[in-house]
Design a protein around this ligand. Structure first.
Ligand code: TPP
Ligand code: SF4
Length: 274
């Protein structure tokens, strides 16, 4: 099944890492044998959040930061669907930070891919939560003062079901990690380094190449925690995975199956109707 869309990805700058992520995502979906009918892409707002517009699949575009709750609901309503969030670091870790943390605890069987360019690119390059503390922008002329948000560390702290990191220029590894994340049962996070060639002049393609290395082996939670703290060189690959009960299979997820007492409901409506 081909996931190519007639929509052209002309909204992105030439050289943007998002072009690579889009191509890689389509190959991963194809190689997994998914179909447009059983795949739903969900995003928030931003440059990365446009990705699903260029894929021939079902698509829900939520409000800024609200992709994860929408995806959780879609999966709870129809477990047969492959639900994949693709959005930016500002969207998922900043505006949607609260949802990010609590969805990890809840563990819906969805995949979240974060195109991490360390800036709010659509709004012209302000520092995002993953920007390093010395990062200077027009809005942060003296550099970012806040502590850098570490999504991998946060995810492991909440015992995430699956967490990995990729660099979009390595299309082969990114594709393999996308496939593993989609196949994993439970909440899977794939943080993808995605250079923004227009606004981020520090974290460029060569910078990521020089400042990353590949993880080898498997890690328990404590070891993965330590790996996620490394900053000299940033690890790529699977940090941690574990089996946990998924949200959709817990009775609270199936509220929509509860029988409604229509007589009782009518009485309530009558009380409040004028
Ligand atoms: C609630 C809300 N706050 C702010 C905005 C403005 N806004 C739109 S896109 C964006 C930045 C998106 O950054 P990121 O998620 O990192 O994606 P990128 O554009 O870098 O791919 C912001 C702040 C908005 N649309 N809604
Ligand atoms: S501004 Fe940055 S993230 Fe947006 S399309 Fe251009 S290079 Fe990509």
């Amino acid at each position: 099944m081909k996931f190519d869309s007639e929509n052209q990805n002309g909204a992105w700058c030439p050289g943007c890492g998002n072009h690579l992520i889009l191509l890689t995502l389509k190959s991963a979906l194809e190689e997994l044998g998914l179909t447009s009918q059983n795949t739903v892409l969900v995003s928030g707002i931003g440059q990365a959040a446009k990705t699903p517009q260029y894929v021939r699949a079902n698509y829900f575009n939520g409000l800024h930061g609200r992709a994860i709750p929408a995806a959780t609901g879609i999966k709870a309503a129809n477990e047969e669907l492959n639900v994949i969030v693709v959005s930016g670091d500002g969207d998922i870790y900043g505006e949607g930070g609260n949802h990010f943390i609590h969805a990890i605890r809840r563990n819906p069987n969805i995949t979240v891919m974060v195109c991490n360019n360390m800036v709010y690119a659509l709004t012209k390059g302000q520092a995002s939560p993953t920007a390093s503390s010395d990062y200077v922008t027009k809005m942060q002329p003296k550099g970012v003062q806040d502590e850098t948000f570490n999504p991998i560390l946060t995810a492991i702290s909440q015992n995430i079901s699956f967490v990995a990191r990729a660099f979009c220029q390595d299309r082969e590894q990114t594709k393999e990690l996308m496939k593993q994340a989609i196949l994993h049962k439970g909440f899977s996070l794939l943080d993808i380094f995605q250079p923004c060639v227009t606004f981020n002049k520090i974290n460029t393609f060569p910078w990521f190449k020089q400042n990353t290395y590949y993880l080898e082996g498997e890690f328990n939670r404590a070891q993965a925690f330590e790996k996620s703290l490394e900053t000299d060189k940033l690890p790529l690959g699977v940090f941690y995975k574990t089996d946990r009960a998924v949200f959709e299979q817990n009775p609270p997820a199936k509220l929509y199956e509860n029988k409604v007492n229509k007589e009782k409901l009518k009485k309530v409506i009558n009380i409040y109707s004028i």
